[in-house]
Each structure stands twice: as C-alpha cells, then as structure tokens.
Design a binder for this molecule. Structure first.
Ligand SMILES: Cc1cc2nc3c(=O)[nH]c(=O)nc-3n(C[C@H](O)[C@H](O)[C@H](O)COP(=O)(O)OP(=O)(O)OC[C@H]3O[C@@H](n4cnc5c(N)ncnc54)[C@H](O)[C@@H]3O)c2cc1C
Length: 387
C-alpha cells in the first residue's frame, strides 16, 4: 500500500539547508521589496547567484544533464520551503530544470534550447492558454500551417509566465489536425508581445504577458516530436504537485507568524491566544496543514513509484485542490489574528494572503481538479485513489 515514506536523510538535509537559505537570504529581500514596492532585477541576479552557489538549481535533472536525478519526494520537500517566500522569490530557490521537455525533445533541441537553461543563462515559458481556451485546452485555436520546411503559427496566447525575456516559448498549436508543441524563439518573425497586464500578486518575480503569433515562422526542427496533449499533461501534473507543496510552505509560515503573534498580543488583559475564538482558528489551521502535507507527500511518492499515471494524475489533483484551498483558509485566518497589522504589506501574511489566491486558478482551477478527481472515481473506483 502506498503511504508516505520517511524522508531519506539527504532530503531532510536539503530541506534544512533550503529553510536556512530562505530565512537568511530571501526574507530580508522581501522586506526591501515591501518598502520599495518594486523588485530590483540586480538583487534578483544576486539572489540567483547565491542560490546556484548553494546548489539548489537543476536538482531534478538527470545526472547526464548535470542534475542529481532528485526524486519527486525530494523536489516537493525543496518546493515546500520555497513556498515560504513571497513575491515569487521561491522560484529562485527551487530552480528546477525542464525535465519533461528534456525527455520529449530531440538531441538537437536539447542542445539548442535546454542546455542554456541548465547553464543558468535563461528560462523558458509555456504558452498554452488562449483568450477562448483556458480550462478547456482541447479548444485551442492557434494553428500551425506547413510552409515548405517551416510552420507558420497564428493565434494568441495569454498569461505566459516568464521571468524577464525567456529563452524560448513552448507553444501549443493545432498542426494538421492534432495538438503539437513547438519551441519558438522570442525574436521569431511574427511573434509580438501584445500587452503585459498587472496582477494581484505584484510586485512579483514573473510577468504574464499576452503574446500574438502572426504567421510566426518556426522551422520543422523546432517541433517537439512527442509533444501535444501528453506533453502538456505531464507538465501540468508536475506543476500541480509543486503548487500543493508551495501552498503547504506558505500556510506553515503564515500559521507560525499568527500563532507567535497570538501569544504576545494582549487585549482585555490577556494574550489573545487564550480566547478560544482565536486558538480554535489556529487549531483548525494546523489540522488542515497536516492533512495537506500528508496528501502532498503521498502524491509525490505516488509520482515516484506508481506505474499507472492516471492514478498519479488523480492523486496530484487531490493534493493540488486540497492544499491550495487549505492555504487560502489558513492565510485568511492568520491575517484575521493579526487584526489591522495583518493588512500591512510589510507583514508577510498580507503578501501570502494576496499570493496564494492564484494557486486555486493556475495549472487548472479547483473546479477542474474536482472534474479530474470525479472522472477517475467514476472510471476506476475508490480503492486505487484512496490507497
Ligand atoms: C498568474 C497566472 C499565471 C499563469 N501562467 C500560465 C502559463 O505560464 N502558461 C499558460 O498556458 N497558462 C497560464 N495561466 C493560465 C491558467 O492556467 C488559466 O487561467 C486557468 O487554467 C483557467 O483558465 P481561464 O482563466 O481561461 O478560466 P476559464 O476556463 O474561463 O474558467 C472560468 C471559471 O469557470 C470554471 N469552469 C470552467 N470549466 C468548468 C467546468 N467544466 N466545470 C466547472 N467549472 C468550470 C473555472 O473553474 C473558473 O472558475 C496563468 C494564469 C494566471 C492567473
């Protein structure tokens, strides 16, 4: 039966190092950002350098690609610590490599597009969502039409998450009747950034622009051979698991801050934690946090050992759904415990409150996770998912 194994010693050590790094390197930078209201790119480069020095980057990649082939259990442990950070700075700490692309791409594509990511020279971005196709990815309208040895891409992609200018976009398009993935360089003729909206979590490490492809010319060698739907699905599964893990980290930090505050804040002649109206809220937070952590680590372990990927997909959906909704409740209650001080942006809880909201939306909304879970239940029953 699949349960949650004890974390091996090296993963516990990695987690401890990551916690120390987050506390000493990231928290002071967050305060600087809270004061300035913007992120200084120079400070981010410096944080990236320190993070690489601390050897947190690319651990998920296979050895031959310079990684450590870290299990999903280990990656989730690292990601959980990264989730404590605000302003998206956790992505600098848990700086994973594009493993799913590495496994799908041709050797030449690996060399051309992915090797620079592994060397830390740039990041990639995924362009799946469109104005008319969000939850329903099957309805994308972007087309790729053959033109000699090239493809011409036409369509519009939204919410394309990228840290500065990416080295490449992975674009999902309809090519000769089936969905296919293409590497597209940012300077490809016919590609244009249309608009970069602001978002609730700003100031944030990533931007999420809208991108236009107007007969954008892409050579045949940029088409990812085994891409399309399956490639995008594997990416979703992994990213959902990481969202669950980050939500656990965010909730843990928020709860620690709220419970410390509740012990020291005195009203009506006693610490507010002595009011059950406060302490019961904290008790619910802790209980739900533990449930979410167990579910997330369970799903990560399933990712590593379960052969049936459909079961893994369902378990990951449950972890993402529960952990993201848990984080929303925990940061909301934590903020309430702080009273007015919880509403100040120099309080990490205020930032976490604003930032975990998207975790119920991106990589598939809560409703879509419920859809995935319900479909699995109807097809395969309770046992494979609840075991
Ligand atoms: C900050 C941010 C970053 C993002 N980054 C990326 C990225 O890098 N790349 C990328 O491709 N996309 C990205 N996305 C897009 C994200 O994945 C989509 O926003 C998400 O999948 C939902 O799609 P939608 O916004 O079009 O909402 P819609 O699909 O229009 O949904 C609207 C509402 O209807 C509900 N709904 C839809 N269908 C059903 C159903 N069958 N049953 C019940 N309810 C349903 C939804 O749950 C939601 O509440 C990002 C989004 C955000 C906000």
């Amino acid at each position: 039966m699949l349960v949650v194994p004890e974390l091996p010693e090296e993963i516990r050590a990695l987690k401890e190092r990551a916690r120390a790094f987050v506390e000493t390197e990231v928290y002071p930078l967050e305060q600087q950002i809270a004061r300035a209201g913007t992120i200084d790119p120079g400070e981010i480069d410096e944080l990236r350098r320190r993070s690489a020095e601390a050897r947190f980057a690319m651990l998920n990649m296979p050895y031959e690609a310079g990684g450590r082939d870290l299990s999903m259990l280990g990656q989730v442990a690292l990601e959980e610590e990264a989730g404590r950070c605000t302003n998206g700075l956790g992505f600098v700490v848990a700086n994973r490599g594009p493993r799913e692309l590495y496994e799908m791409a041709t050797a030449e594509q690996v060399e051309r597009f992915l090797a620079p990511v592994l060397r830390g020279e740039y990041h990639g971005a995924w362009a799946i969502t469109e104005p008319g196709a969000g939850s329903d990815v099957s309805d994308i309208q972007t087309t790729a039409v053959r033109d000699g040895d090239d493809w011409l891409l036409t369509g519009e992609k939204w919410f394309v998450t990228s840290q500065g200018e990416p080295g490449y976009y992975v674009v999902l398009a309809l090519a000769e009747g089936e969905q296919a993935l293409f590497f597209v360089e940012p300077d490809a003729p016919g590609l244009r950034i249309k608009f970069t909206p602001g978002f609730l979590h700003d100031p944030y490490l990533d931007h999420h622009p809208e991108i236009l492809f107007e007969g954008c010319r892409v050579p045949e060698r940029n088409r990812i051979p085994s891409g399309g739907n399956e490639g995008a699905k594997e990416w979703f599964t992994i990213e959902r698991l990481f969202i669950a893990a980050r939500c656990c980290g965010a909730a843990a930090r928020s709860l620690e801050l709220a419970s410390d505050y509740a012990k020291e804040r005195v009203q009506f002649g006693q610490p507010i934690v002595e009011f059950q109206g406060v302490s019961f809220q904290l008790a619910d937070c802790l209980t739900e946090l533990l449930a979410a952590r167990l579910m997330t680590y369970h799903a990560a372990h399933a990712f590593d050992v379960e052969e049936n990927r459909k079961i893994v997909h369902g378990k990951v959906a449950m972890a993402k759904l529960y952990a993201s909704e848990m984080a929303g409740r925990v940061v909301d209650r934590s903020l309430q415990v702080f009273g007015g001080r919880g509403y100040r942006t120099d309080n990490p809880v205020a930032r976490l409150y604003r930032e975990v909201r998207v975790d119920r939306i991106w990589e598939g909304t809560s409703e879509i996770q419920r859809l995935v879970i319900a479909r699995g239940l109807v097809k395969r029953g309770v046992d494979p998912y609840a075991a």
